[in-house]
Design a protein around this ligand. Structure first.
Ligand code: GDP
Ligand code: MN
Length: 378
């Protein structure tokens, strides 16, 4: 779950990270009021859950309350990367002389968080990694010990900060790690961290992505969820308790078990196809759940074929097969389906599906090949 910039910066501030003291406006009139209150030039910033707002024209410097109103009017009517702008943050503008990047992500190969810092702040870090990877300094963080002060200072020196700024930088880095750990984040980012004209460090932007699996421990944060973050399919999946990720291909996948779902996508790709989604229906796989999964898959107009890959374990194959048949009665479609069932009561399951005129495949390889051919021919 992603948090908005203003929400992220409010959390940063609680941890002692310096942030501009701005306010959110939902209309141009209030934007003007806030700018007047602040009594100096402001930045008007679109609050949408995507990066690159600056480039898209969603961040504008306003010299007067009049101008703040005018920019707010413009930005509030915008659509950035498909997301409508419903609110703007009015921050006091900070005259700056440099922009630094500071962020933490989970490094899955190392099994630990890694802090990254760069003197090339402001632009997206992926871009820095592509053009000048030598400008990114990394520090792996021991998850037991946490980030150590000397490690934070090393990063500061590593990106070439002026010596007198390093203690403040280290303080911010340590605070940012506490934010990351306390909120169970999967990503936290300050980009840019400004070096102001007066040589102060200040977080001009903020980004916090929380681990959905940990939200049960953070009901206060969960309440900040922005409905616009998810599309209709993702929302229905979350409500039905399905793990779903939309992808760009044309073969819908319905699988029980996350590992099996990954393997299924691999095999589809191996035979030259492109999966349209990752979907794990989980255990149980009752008809309503299967129906919800089918509805979600078929709501994607790109889907030309569906591959059902079921492993009958504790949930028996015949049970799942009945669920599928029932679901197909609820969700009418002419998209061809291929089913592969193995494990407990697979025979019975296959019979049920064949009786319902579903194509069944003897193996995953065969099933994937069939789905790929069908998708190509339509
Ligand atoms: P993003 O493009 O979505 O990451 O939005 P940012 O909040 O990072 O803003 C983009 C750019 O706008 C920054 O890199 C800065 O160059 C500029 N910017 C943002 N806030 C201020 C500010 O207070 N003063 C000045 N001078 N520039 C700002
Ligand atoms: Mn930014």
């Amino acid at each position: 779950m992603k948090l908005h910039e203003h929400q992220s910066k409010e959390i940063f501030a609680r941890y002692g990270i310096p942030t501009p003291k701005g306010k959110v406006a939902y209309d141009a009139e209030s934007a003007r009021e806030i700018a007047k209150e602040l009594g100096r030039p402001v930045v008007v910033k679109a609050q949408v859950l995507v990066g690159g707002r600056g480039k898209a024209g969603g961040v504008k410097l306003a010299a007067s309350p009049d101008q703040a109103e005018q920019y707010a009017e413009e930005i509030l009517g915008m659509n950035i990367k498909g997301l409508p702008v419903r609110k703007v943050l009015i921050d006091p503008a900070v005259p700056n002389k440099a922009e630094v990047y500071l962020g933490i992500v989970v490094d899955r190969t190392k099994g630990a968080p890694v802090m990254m810092a760069s003197s090339a702040g402001g632009m997206e870090i992926e871009e820095v990694a592509r053009v000048s990877p030598e400008k990114i300094m990394r520090q792996t963080i021991d998850p037991v010990l946490g980030l150590q002060p000397f490690e934070a200072r090393e990063l500061g020196y590593g990106i070439g900060l002026d010596k007198k700024l390093v203690p403040e930088f280290a303080k911010i880095a340590l605070a940012l790690y506490r934010v990351f750990a306390d909120t169970d984040a999967s990503l936290v980012e300050i980009n840019p961290l400004f070096i102001s004209k007066e040589d102060k460090l200040i977080a001009a932007d903020g980004k916090l992505v929380l681990d959905d699996s940990a939200l049960d421990r953070h009901h206060d944060l969960e309440m900040l969820r922005d409905a616009d973050e998810e599309n209709e399919a993702e929302r229905e999946a979350r409500r039905a308790g399905l793990s779903f990720v939309k992808l760009e291909g044309n073969i819908g996948c319905m699988v029980n078990g996350a590992g099996l779902a990954m393997a299924t996508m691999d095999v589809i790709k191996f035979y030259g196809g492109e999966p349209a989604n990752f979907l794990d229906i989980g255990g149980g796989a009752k008809a309503e759940k299967v129906a919800a999964a089918l509805r979600i898959i078929l709501s994607d107009p790109n889907v030309k074929a569906v591959l059902l890959n079921i492993f009958g374990g504790i949930t028996r194959g015949d049970e799942v097969a009945r669920g599928i048949v029932e679901a197909l009665n609820q969700v009418k479609t002419d998209v061809p389906m291929v089913a592969r069932i193995v494990g407990t009561n697979a025979e019975e399951g296959r019979r049920i599906l064949a009786n319902a005129n579903l194509r069944t495949a003897p193996s995953l390889e065969e099933g994937a090949k069939m789905a790929v051919e069908i998708a190509k021919s339509r």
